[in-house]
Write a protein that binds this ligand. Structure first.
Ligand SMILES: [Zn+2]
Ligand SMILES: [Zn+2]
Length: 362
């Protein structure tokens, strides 16, 4: 048996790595193994994962190498292997239609999983099915928390009012890495810098979660023609609710009048440590936008662009000015620079020049 495949299988079989340092080492090793698989090894591992229905390996293959499960989705759907849903990223028409038929015929074993898989398949057949289920809600949709078409946001897109697809993520992804990382490009993105303004809910000084130098070519995928974008937040209050700011494309930012104070805010905000400024910088080493799509991936999650790594359900905020869903542009994982958990997410509505921040933890 090949050494890289052995490393990968052993990683996924291991239930206890001993301690956090050993886990990080094992994660780095397994990520390196996935990245260096030859096409033959890829084929061997993929076959093993499909035959055994090993969702962990399938999702790592799909996230590390988008497209690597092409041609296998029908087989997975026939076997009922729909989890984790990201394995259906880019699934073909045949697999998609089987899942849609199962839903339409009332034969889906798990409606929730079927809809999540369709969201990741993200093709015209799915758009059409979501569109028609929105117009005529099927009986099975009564048991769901949200209508079927709203599952699209779990895979980074939404169905517009006229049934088209609108993408909620950027089409490139660059990790944020420590200063001593060989791919580090200082000065393009600053994180967690102290701001001079104050939170209008708790009075704490605000934090510039992200400060982007928009003139840098690495940030072209944000799609804003301007010099600077600063996204401020209250690092405490945004753990309990969305914080919206009005921004401009030259670094200006102010509290948005549409902010709605959360029902609960902690009364000990003054005791919270401020996040360390600029502990991470941009890397110029692009990674697949799917690499961060599954929270179980053995990677660091701080990044600009790509899929958000939701700790809980997907939650793209609605812009308080136009009510459309906002586009995800960056996230910071506390794990990447502090002994803390949780991820801060940042979003933008370009039309209204509104930014939003949000936080999740398990
Ligand atoms: Zn606050
Ligand atoms: Zn808007």
């Amino acid at each position: 048996m090949n050494e890289r495949i052995e490393t990968i299988k052993a990683f996924h079989e291991c239930r206890n790595f001993g301690n956090a340092d050993k886990l990080r080492t094992a994660q780095r090793n397994v990520a390196a193994a996935y990245h260096s698989l030859s096409s033959e090894e890829f084929g061997t591992l993929t076959r093993f994962a499909v035959d055994s229905g090993n969702g962990d390996i399938l999702s790592h293959l799909a996230c590390f190498q988008p497209g690597s499960l092409s041609g296998l989705h029908l087989e997975l759907a026939q076997k009922g292997v729909l989890y984790p849903p990201v394995i259906f990223h880019g699934a073909d028409q045949q697999a998609t239609n089987l899942i849609i038929e199962q839903l339409d015929n009332g034969e889906a074993e798990n409606v929730n999983l079927s809809l999540l898989a369709l969201a990741w398949a993200d093709n015209p057949d799915v758009q059409q099915a979501f569109h028609s289920w929105r117009a005529t809600p099927p009986s099975w949709s009564k048991s769901l928390h949200v209508p079927p078409h709203e599952y699209a946001d779990s895979a980074g897109w939404e169905l517009t009012e006229n049934g088209e697809r609108r993408v909620l993520i950027l089409n490139k992804s660059y990790p944020l890495v420590p200063h001593d990382h060989p791919d580090a490009i200082p000065g393009v993105v600053q994180i967690n810098a102290p701001s001079e303004s104050s939170c209008q809910w708790c009075g704490r000084r605000m934090t510039a979660l992200f400060d982007f130098d928009l003139s840098n070519a690495l940030l072209v995928s944000i799609g804003i023609e301007g010099s600077r974008l600063r996204i401020e937040t209250c690092d405490v209050c945004t753990c309990y609710g969305m914080v919206f700011t009005q921004v401009d494309w030259s670094g200006g930012t102010s509290w948005h009048p549409g902010n709605i104070r959360p029902d609960y805010l902690p009364d000990d905000a003054a005791d919270w440590d401020f996040p360390k400024a600029n502990a991470l910088v941009l890397s110029d080493h692009q990674r697949p936008i799917t690499e961060s799509a599954d929270r179980n991936m053995p990677i660091s999650f701080s990044q600009v662009g790509g899929h958000p790594s939701w700790e809980q359900d997907a939650e793209y905020p609605r812009c308080p000015s136009c009510q459309h869903r906002m586009v995800f542009i960056a996230q910071i994982s506390n794990e990447d620079y502090a002994a803390a958990e949780g991820i801060y997410y940042a979003f933008i509505c370009q039309d209204c020049r509104v930014a939003a921040t949000h936080y999740q933890q398990t």
